[in-house]
Design a protein around this ligand. Structure first.
Ligand code: NAP
Length: 295
């Protein structure tokens, strides 16, 4: 039996779907107020709880072989990195170990080891990585770049308006990962010998300049892009203004700024390592988008 945290998230629900397609038993850790009907309809066991409560984590881990930790604070949306990304995950590791879990998969983030001081999510995830490595549990750490599924609402908006908002340097590079490929990697990490006690950087198969994304949209929808390209300074201005009345949101926007100000891509060597360890080819951003957008 798998336990998936963050099961109602973009990644988590894909992990649960894929497990159920493979007829594997899975327990989805969800909050009462979340949208979990789809997971239940697919045959997942539903565990209602809150990751901030130790007893919920304790109960959820009973009878579990594999944990996939795919929750997140949604910190760029004013969540709490310290409570959810750090404390809850460390507690989940402790409870998994106590319950005799065989393998723990942790979804970290690409660039976590670069020491970004201004990005609480990155700091929390790095500390969790170290904790997991020292825990004695068998583990796999996946460090993904940005998810392709993040772009689906932007693509829909582009379909309607032709507008694409690109904040910061259009030439900075990224290697956006198919969220479905990441779900598959997370699941297969539990049964792949070469993934045991390993850390993988996970990106898509191509390195894109950010300005190429509206060009992909343009090809898909056969529509000329209208690019809005405010400088990063606009985010800094917004942060300062917000800081006057909401200091926590100001701190949280540090993670967003870090994401916008830096390059997040995987090298061909890293991609090759991933594809050969897991024995499948990663899909491109365009293939992912076309599958979901039906074009
Ligand atoms: N999105 C990206 O581009 C990206 C890139 C690199 C790494 N990551 C990492 O990948 C993981 C998955 O990302 P995602 O975008 O799929 O996440 P997401 O859509 O933001 O989902 C977050 C999940 O965590 C759950 N959660 C938050 N607080 C909780 C609590 N107190 N109790 C129980 N559940 C709680 C949410 O439940 P509710 O539905 O109830 O809110 C949701 O299911 C995260 O660790 C994220 O940091 C994401």
């Amino acid at each position: 039996m798998f336990l998936v945290t963050g099961a109602t998230g973009d990644l988590g629900r894909r992990i649960v779907r894929l497990l159920r397609e493979r007829e594997t038993s899975v327990r989805s850790f969800v909050r009462l107020n979340s949208r979990y009907a789809e997971l239940e309809n697919r045959g997942s066991e539903i565990f209602i709880g809150d990751l901030r409560r130790e007893r919920d984590l304790h109960k959820a881990c009973q009878g579990i072989q594999y944990v996939i930790s795919a929750h997140g604070s949604g910190e760029t949306r004013n969540g709490d990195a310290e409570t959810i990304d750090y404390h809850a995950t460390v507690e989940l590791i402790d409870q998994a170990k106590a319950a005799g879990v065989e393998h723990f998969v942790f979804i970290s983030v690409l660039g976590v080891d670069r020491g970004y001081e201004d990005a609480p999510v990155f700091k929390a995830k790095r500390e969790v990585e170290k904790y997991l490595q020292a825990s004695g549990l068998s583990y796999t750490i996946l460090r993904p770049s940005g998810f392709a599924s993040n772009l689906l609402p932007l693509a829909e908006q582009f379909r309607q308006t032709g507008v694409y908002l690109l904040v910061g340097d259009p030439l900075s590079r990224t290697s956006i990962v198919s969220t479905d490929d990441l779900a598959r990697l997370a699941i297969e990490s539990t049964a792949t010998e070469g993934a045991r006690n390993q850390i993988f950087s996970v990106g898509g198969p191509e390195i894109l300049k950010r300005e190429e994304i509206p060009k992909i949209f343009s090809r898909i929808f056969n529509r000329e892009p209208f690019l809005l390209n405010p400088p990063l300074l606009a985010v800094d201005g917004l942060r300062s203004a917000i800081g006057l009345f909401n200091p926590r949101l100001r701190t949280n926007l540090g993670t967003l700024r870090t994401l916008l100000a830096n390059e997040f891509f995987t090298t061909p060597t890293e991609t090759e390592r991933l594809e050969s360890t897991f024995n499948f080819k990663l899909e491109t951003l365009e293939t992912f988008l076309r599958r979901y957008l039906g074009v």
